[in-house]
Design a protein around this ligand. Structure first.
Ligand SMILES: C[S@@+](CC[C@H](N)C(=O)[O-])C[C@H]1O[C@@H](n2cnc3c(N)ncnc32)[C@H](O)[C@@H]1O
Length: 206
């Protein structure tokens, strides 16, 4: 499955963001990221920011794809790390950031199990429709811990699926996050409006 992402992204980097939509105009693509941010992140802002000014925060999107949500984050947070294992996706978003002069976006072509970010640097992390793609999520989450600042939140939005349908059961994520050394802080199923199958889990390192 993972190998497939490079091919898909080469064909059309926006094709498979798991929204069911296959052709996007620029406006539709980035608007959908803006809506996700407004409905799911800004609604939970006090928890995400923990009293910090968003403009002073470094946030991380693991599995940024072609940058639908990264671009929305760039307009709101101080610095955004856009991380993906797919070189085509990273190239796409790096080009876009350059075109739009988004100087606060840093792209990272990641190892599958470790984005290798600076220690104690990240205030909030989002895995949006990505967790089900990660080959070794426990290892990735464990490795991520060193880069988290105290009280950093790690959000996982995904489809309550089977692994065969672009989803993973919520119970699996809860169990694996616990094994990786995280505790569940909140569950915001009610905030995920676009798809009634989705869940939104918020963790912090124990
Ligand atoms: C369904 S796409 C979601 C893209 C984006 N979050 C969105 O909603 O538009 C999943 C992305 O996760 C990436 N991915 C899969 N495993 C990963 C890993 N271990 N680390 C970082 N990115 C990963 C894939 O390359 C793909 O771009």
């Amino acid at each position: 499955m993972r190998r497939d992402w490079n091919r898909r992204a080469r064909e059309n980097a926006r094709h498979y963001v798991v929204t069911g939509q296959h052709e996007w105009t620029d406006e539709e693509f980035f608007r959908s990221g803006q809506i996700t941010m407004e409905e799911e992140i800004l609604n939970d802002l006090p928890n995400v920011c923990q009293g910090r000014d968003p403009k002073h925060m470094k946030v991380l999107e693991i599995g940024c794809g072609a940058g639908r949500v990264t671009r929305a984050f760039a307009g709101y947070f101080g610095e955004v790390y856009a991380v993906d294992i797919n070189p085509e996706a990273i190239r796409h978003i790096a080009d876009r950031a350059q075109q739009e002069h988004l100087r606060n976006v840093k792209t990272v072509l990641s190892k599958p199990d470790d984005p290798e970010l600076p220690a104690n640097s990240i205030d909030a992390v989002l895995l949006l429709k990505t967790y089900h793609e990660v080959a070794s999520p426990i290892v990735l989450l464990r490795n991520l811990r060193t880069s988290l600042r105290p009280n950093a939140r790690v959000g996982v939005i995904d489809r309550n699926g089977t692994g065969e349908d672009h989803g993973v059961q919520k119970e699996v994520v809860l169990r694996e996050a616990e094994q990786a050394g995280y505790r569940l802080l909140e569950e915001h199923d009610d905030l995920v409006r676009a798809d009634k199958m989705d869940y939104f889990l918020v963790f912090a390192a124990k």
